[in-house]
Ligand binder design. Structure first.
Ligand code: FE2
Length: 316
């Protein structure tokens, strides 16, 4: 997608989303994946040196849970994550991958970008998106050439912005029962286990990303990613929505009910049943969650304690 005058004008106005191709607009309005152009690639927002600095910052605060990295496809301790940057800076970067989470909490510039981005979404959708967001989770991905991110889905309403290098994101329709079924959702929210890729669900819709391109992933839309031939740096703005958190709680209660042989009502089938399930998990969830796990899984963790204890005792 080429830059155009409208894009340059939007960028000068401080917008992050600078344009959406007309063919993508119907997809945006119908809660599908869609591509867009963003203004961050020209700003040199994050370089490998910046990634190094951020890792040092997290390490100095002992926030090791925000660092995840692989060298030669092997997970390395967060204390050693600078080795992954060194590998990327040298030629020894085969299958190297770094994920740094909550970068909006650590970097004021990214926090400002996230705020502007949410405002752009409000303008695009014509409603107050900030009121719908429980918390943004902004993640930085750095990876070596040709790296593959396996098939998975995310709980957040995601927008992936390519900053450096190229990648192709293959997105699948989360509403297609051939792609995703009810028990896949319950298993993911109940056990946090990988979602299976079905043989007959096709190849997904490819989005070819160069610096300045972005792609939207709807909530729970499965996808996998293939890097191009250079080191890639991408920023993922994941918006954890109140409504998604509510549905997660329904899936989590349904997961345990199904374990006991029951056939629970699906989300939205009974508002009374939905309310009961959400209230139960609200009681068990952290009051002031500050991490993704705490926001989405703390209630589930407490709900599962008696079930796991009973399994140990009765060996079922
Ligand atoms: Fe993802």
């Amino acid at each position: 997608m080429a830059h155009n005058t409208a894009e340059a004008r939007s960028s000068a106005n401080g917008k992050i989303i600078v344009s959406i191709a007309s063919a993508q607009l119907p997809r945006m309005r119908s809660v599908n994946s869609f591509g867009f152009r963003h203004s961050l690639a020209a700003r040199q927002l994050i370089t490998l040196d910046g990634v190094e600095e951020l890792i040092r910052h997290y390490q100095s605060q002992k926030r090791y849970n925000l660092i995840y990295s692989l060298i030669n496809s092997k997970e390395i301790a967060p204390q050693d994550a600078l080795d992954a940057v060194a590998a990327l800076k040298s030629s020894e970067y085969t299958n190297t991958w770094i994920r740094l989470t909550q970068v909006d909490d650590a970097l004021p510039e990214i926090r400002d970008v996230t705020k502007s981005f949410i405002q752009d979404l409000s303008d695009l959708y014509g409603r107050n998106i900030e009121a719908e967001v429980f918390k943004p989770f902004v993640t930085l991905f750095v990876s070596s050439p040709n790296e593959i991110t396996p098939y998975h889905f995310d709980h957040t309403w995601n927008f992936l912005l390519q900053l450096k290098g190229t990648k192709t994101v293959y997105l699948f329709d989360q509403n297609d029962p051939q792609v995703l079924c009810q028990t896949d959702l319950e298993n993911w929210y109940g056990r946090h286990c990988p979602v299976p890729k079905r043989e007959n669900c096709g190849d997904g819709m490819p989005y070819f990303l160069h610096p300045g391109d972005g792609v939207h992933h709807p909530v729970n839309a499965p996808h996998w990613v293939q890097n191009g031939p250079e080191i890639s740096i991408s920023l993922s703005i994941g918006l954890c929505l109140h409504e998604s958190n509510r549905r997660a709680k329904i899936h989590q209660v349904n997961y345990i009910l199904r374990k006991f042989g029951l056939n629970p009502s699906l989300p939205s089938a009974s508002s009374r049943s939905d309310r009961l399930k959400v209230s139960l998990l609200d009681l068990l969830s952290d009051r002031q969650p500050d991490t993704f796990h705490s926001a989405v899984f703390s209630g589930r963790d407490r709900m599962m304690l008696p079930y796991r204890a009973a399994r140990k005792v009765f060996r079922f």
